[in-house]
Write a protein that binds this ligand. Sequence first.
Ligand code: NAP
Length: 242
Amino acid sequence: MSESRTIVITGGTKGLGRAAADAFLAKGDRVWILSRTTPAATGATPHPRLRHLVADVRHRDQLDTAVATIRLESPQLDVWINNAGFGKPVPFHDGDNALWDDMFAVNFWGTVHGTRAALGALRRPGGVIINIASVVGFMAPRGHSAYATAKAAVIALTRANAVEFAAAGIRVNAIAPGPLDTEGFRAAGGDPEKRAQTIPTKKMITPAEIAAACVFLAEPISSLTGQTLVIDGGSQAVGCYA
Ligand SMILES: NC(=O)c1ccc[n+]([C@@H]2O[C@H](COP(=O)([O-])OP(=O)(O)OC[C@H]3O[C@@H](n4cnc5c(N)ncnc54)[C@H](OP(=O)(O)O)[C@@H]3O)[C@@H](O)[C@H]2O)c1
């Protein structure tokens, strides 16, 4: 695609989402990021082709409103990335459903809401949905039942939506990253230096690496759909996710 595309990224003010925004901006695309707080609050660098709207993915109506606003400038969307999410360990036996509810509200329902809000606006054929899952959706680190289950659901949803939207020419793929050194990772108690030693490549995965994969999945490869690309420094291959 040579002309400027319209890309929407949920949770794009920092971490992986912001890295993905930067990667698409570098390609000359227009990027809209959605989050609960403004980029100014996170100190993110502004860009003339980067726009921000406040929208919480837990609320479908907020995403519908955001899409309506975006369509005033860009009637058709090219790429929608369901990135907003978080992981947090919680012992299964705690019996407290509140964290499970929030984990699913953001990671799973946020993906469902994002996809539903985007669907009517995505280019047909040629629209692309990218869901950010996690390698934890395939593996089972201790204490991560809620996150693992929510991300496994995102991976299953990716396959199901890919089949459902294929006739419309909309592709749906996911990326399952291993541990990324982001605010989200540290907020969940992660120690990047320690964590890196458990990965075969002995380094944390970088947000820029996942962003590059987003750019790749957005390329017009019309038969590439329903896949989840694992980018984890070989952790899944060696069967170890400490
Ligand atoms: N970090 C890792 O090790 C890792 C590994 C595998 C997968 N992932 C996945 O990668 C994605 C990004 O993670 P990250 O580490 O970059 O996270 P992060 O640094 O915590 O950034 C999260 C982004 O999502 C936004 N956000 C959070 N809740 C939201 C909501 N309810 N509605 C809208 N926006 C929301 C945040 O902005 P506001 O706070 O302003 O809303 C922020 O822009 C997540 O889906 C995560 O599960 C992360």
